[in-house]
Design a protein around this ligand. Structure first.
Ligand code: GDP
Ligand code: MG
Length: 425
């Protein structure tokens, strides 16, 4: 069985939490895109962990974790992330962590570029996480980046460094008037943070293909959500990678593999980090109440997340882009405080009422949310573990979202901890 776990919304839906839960049934968990701009929170009996680069299966013994070729890897960050987990007693070795030789290395100068560009943009900034993600993906497509596999042949890799540094300084020094970067520093950087990964680096495509032949179960873990996808999201307010389920085999390094099902992680209300159009957005006290109730502060940036009610128009589009076969609805418990709950069921655009079509990005600014109020349950549901134990109003809320989105809601998450969920039969 090959399954993707993907975001239906703008990210931070609780993918890490669902991967940690569902990885019990899988042999391999594979991250296939993005970098350490991800913040996947996992809470289980081992503690609370925020994973940025490591797949969320790393906390399960017996699960092999793969970092795929579609990823961009900050080797200093990965070194430190692994150390943090080792300090917490988690075993990490080449037996349970495989890094694609084709994955690209996020360089310190990419982070610098990211910061310099946000500074230049000033009040027009994108709200980048400043982890160098856009610059490193740009370098990848310009064919000027370093890949993990090169570390295995460091003598050859070293010969490329001076040329890349000279090219990069055209931007850093000449365009941004910043201090030039030095070849010796880059060599030292690879020596300190790169070379110790040599035993982890392999052809993950070959590994996954062999595993598939042996009928191993593989879970592909996405970062961010459909609305932040580089092609299908609210460009240019997107990330720089493909967050889409269909990209999983490619980004894993095994384009030959076929996905059997796609579990869309969908939040019971909406949140978004950074800039860009966000039609159903709450402001003021209303926003603050939901933000505090949901603890909506970025796992990576600590920035307050923008919040709003569930958005059926955006979610339906997310489900379509992800080809979701089933949904895990997360953070339902956060809505327990409300006597009435608003849902954005449509967008008003000029004279039209849009329900099916998610508009092109520049039209979103002119869309107004159309809300419908439903009855809340207004009691604690965090201990509920069966469908029957949920109050009728909570069941109705779920069933209504299911009808609006036309996709089966199979899992309902009512808390951050591994066991705090309901599986519908
Ligand atoms: P991800 O990036 O999609 O993995 O999600 P994040 O980890 O960035 O954000 C989800 C946040 O909600 C984390 O702090 C989780 O611990 C928390 N969380 C996940 N599921 C639930 C839930 O059902 N209820 C509550 N209250 N918190 C949850
Ligand atoms: Mg997150």
């Amino acid at each position: 069985m090959k399954t993707t776990i993907v975001g239906i919304n703008w990210g931070d839906e609780g993918k890490g939490r669902m991967v940690d839960l569902l990885s019990e049934k899988y042999d391999i968990v594979c991250r296939y895109q993005g970098g350490n701009n991800a913040g996947h929170t996992v809470v289980n009996h081992k503690g609370k962990f925020i994973l940025n680069l490591l797949p969320s299966g790393i906390l399960r013994e017996g699960v092999v974790n793969v970092m795929g070729s579609g990823m961009v890897i900050d080797i200093q960050h990965l070194t430190e992330e692994i150390q943090r987990l080792k300090d917490a007693g988690i075993a990490i070795a080449p037996e349970n962590l495989k890094i694609s030789d084709r994955a690209v290395i996020t360089m310190p100068y990419n982070i610098l570029q990211d910061c310099l560009e946000e500074e230049r943009l000033a009040d027009k900034k994108f709200g980048s996480t400043k982890k160098g993600i856009a610059p490193v993906y740009a370098d990848k497509y310009l064919k000027k980046s370093f890949r993990m596999g090169e570390l295995k042949n460091f003598a050859t890799m070293k010969k490329r460094i001076a040329d890349i540094v000279a090219w990069k300084n055209l931007t850093i020094e000449k365009a941004y008037a910043n201090k030039a970067i030095q070849t010796a520093d880059i060599v030292a950087y690879f020596e300190k943070y790169g070379l110790h990964f040599v035993d982890y680096i392999c052809d993950t495509g070959l590994y996954l293909t062999e595993a598939s032949k042996q009928n191993k179960n593989i879970l592909f873990e996405a970062q961010l959500g459909a609305l932040r996808d580089i092609d299908f999201g609210i460009y240019p307010y997107t990330s720089s990678s493909s967050t889409i389920s269909a990209y999983a085999p490619i980004g894993a390094g095994a384009p030959n593999l076929k996905i059997d099902n796609s579990i869309g992680i969908m939040k019971a209300y909406s949140t978004c980090v950074g800039e860009g159009p966000f039609v159903a957005e709450y402001h003021g006290d209303k926003a603050e109440e939901l933000r505090i109730a949901g603890g909506e502060y970025g796992a990576v940036t600590k920035r307050p997340r923008r919040v709003g009610p569930f958005d059926a128009v955006a979610s339906k589009y997310g489900i379509r882009c992800q080809g979701a076969t089933e949904i895990a609805l997360t953070k339902l418990d956060v809505l327990s405080r409300y006597k009435e709950i608003e849902i954005c069921i449509a967008y008003a655009y000029k004279e039209q009422e849009l329900t099916k079509k998610f508009p092109f990005t520049d039209l979103l600014e002119d869309c107004k949310p159309i809300y419908r109020k439903v009855k809340g349950w207004n009691c604690d549901i965090s201990k509920c573990r069966t469908w029957e134990s949920l109050p009728k109003e909570a069941q109705d809320y779920i069933l209504y979202l299911e009808r609006l989105c036309d996709c089966k809601i199979k899992y309902i998450s009512v808390g951050a901890e591994r066991e705090a969920y309901i599986e519908r039969k």
